[in-house]
Design a protein around this ligand. Sequence first.
Ligand SMILES: Nc1ncnc2c1ncn2[C@@H]1O[C@H](COP(=O)(O)OP(=O)(O)OP(=O)(O)O)[C@@H](O)[C@H]1O
Length: 583
Amino acid sequence: MSLASLVGGFVLRHWKAYASSAVMLVGVAVCSVWVPRKVGAMIDGLAAHRLSNHDLTIQIMQLLALGVAIYVLRVSWRIRLYGAAYRLGVELRTRLYARLSNQGPAFYQKQRTGDLMALGTNDIDAIEMAAGEAMLAGFDGTLTLVMVLGVMLLGVDWRLACIALLPFPLMGLAFWYISRHIHTAETDSLKRFSALNDHVQESLSGVRTVRALGLEKRSAEQFSALAGQAANASFNAHKWEAAYEPAVGLTLAAASTLTLGLGGYLVWNNQLTIGALTSFTMYLGQLIWPMFAAGWVLSLIERGRAGLARLQPMLDAPLSVEDEGHLDRIGDGPLVLRDVHFQYSGAERLALDGVSVALRPGMTLGLVGPTGAGKSTLLRVLLRQATPQQGSVTWGGHPLASYRLDALRAATSWVPQESFLFSASIAENIALARPGATRAEIEHAAGMAAIHDDILRFPQGYDTPVGEKGITLSGGQRQRVAIARSLLAESSLLLLDDALSAVDTGTETRILEHLAELRAARPELTAIIASHRLSAVVNADLIVVLKDGRIVESGGHEELLRLDGWYASQWRYQQLEASLDAS
Ligand SMILES: Nc1ncnc2c1ncn2[C@@H]1O[C@H](COP(=O)(O)OP(=O)(O)OP(=O)(O)O)[C@@H](O)[C@H]1O
């Protein structure tokens, strides 16, 4: 979509605001055009001694009234127009946010957070300016230009008007040349600002790592370099914008010279009065605004076009996970993966290579294997964050893709390896999965996740703020808050992705006991526990060992020990490690 159709469509939808602004603008233009005529008539009246003191006072009062009317109308129409234009920013931001929140991990793997943030702020600001400031200056400038030219041609002297207009085509040529450079410079400026934003976002998110590695100086140098590049790019755009001013100045100087030359000649030959020449010169002065407005509008339009060119691909980016399902209730029946193959884009080998597993409702699957074996990827397939290139996944007798994403998400609770806490209280963080949950339900879930006692020790208990603006929880505490969140959701599929890795074995045992109680109370709850620590999966109904994306062993704990493969050797190793730790 072009900027013109975007802004045009917006103006049509908000035509009342734009139309009332235009009416007020016409009022401003009429009043402004009237002033020089009045001044010219006053001068001629004074020169001819036709004006009495009383007449002069009345005329001066009328001029003052015109000035006040112009002021009031200008303020009112700006308020009206800006009041409408800011809504375009809100609309675009809402669209961008909605699109981004529906994108999956594959999209975010290719995009930089700081860049997306810059799009939502700087670039949309530029587009908003094109619908507000540019429309304002464009309307105002065009109307003033038409009226002033009309009066100059028809109301003062057409010969003067024609000669004064001679330099204007050259100015148009200069404007065209400058605006092309502004577009390039603005595109570069927006890109550089994004890069700077990205650096700030990344280094602030990783500030502890930056400090721990002593990288402050290097990070500051990188920031300084990026800030310098952003400033240079912005300066370059402003340099081009500044080129409008001399073009306007030169055009006006040439027009004034030509006018005074011809005007002087006409006055000398009694073909023009001094008052008319004064009016004409004042009108010429009134052309300064439309000319500056033209430059300003062109540069705002180029800025808006550059912003839209960066924003549009994000709004149009295909969803990395399509939501084309129609079923909104998960059917009864097993969760079945059949010959699932999945390869990340750009990866050289398959992350899942022919995986087949069937889980009856209520079963617990333990997913183990060396690092990089494909455990998290398998969970991502179940979450529909990754779509297998081959094979099928069905749940309750229907392919996963036939469910609506919100239905799937409501039925699934996922605790990722790195759990994220929002800037809110602990209670609010737990209740995210079920916003209407009572305090008793939140505390019950926290008890199941073995975090209740820790929470009571925090300064404000469950109301303690966490996340960026609150206290920092330990990795284990964060994991347990995330587990509490997932248990509160009461969904039918629980996915734990190495979610107990940061808790000690005693806490792990307590959580697993609570999970066993939960499964006894809710026999339909299916759980998949991916873990490096085998103690987390010993009681699972089925344990699957993944290696290089393939299932290399599967069975119950005892069965796998008897098999004496990777699982058995890993079990012995981990048992030995635990006994060494205990001694
Ligand atoms: N986003 C990605 N893009 C490309 N390759 C990826 C991506 N995520 C994972 N991989 C690769 O896919 C393979 C499986 O990774 P996965 O995270 O599923 O393993 P894992 O068994 O969960 O590992 P860990 O136990 O270390 O968490 C690995 O080789 C990994 O490097």
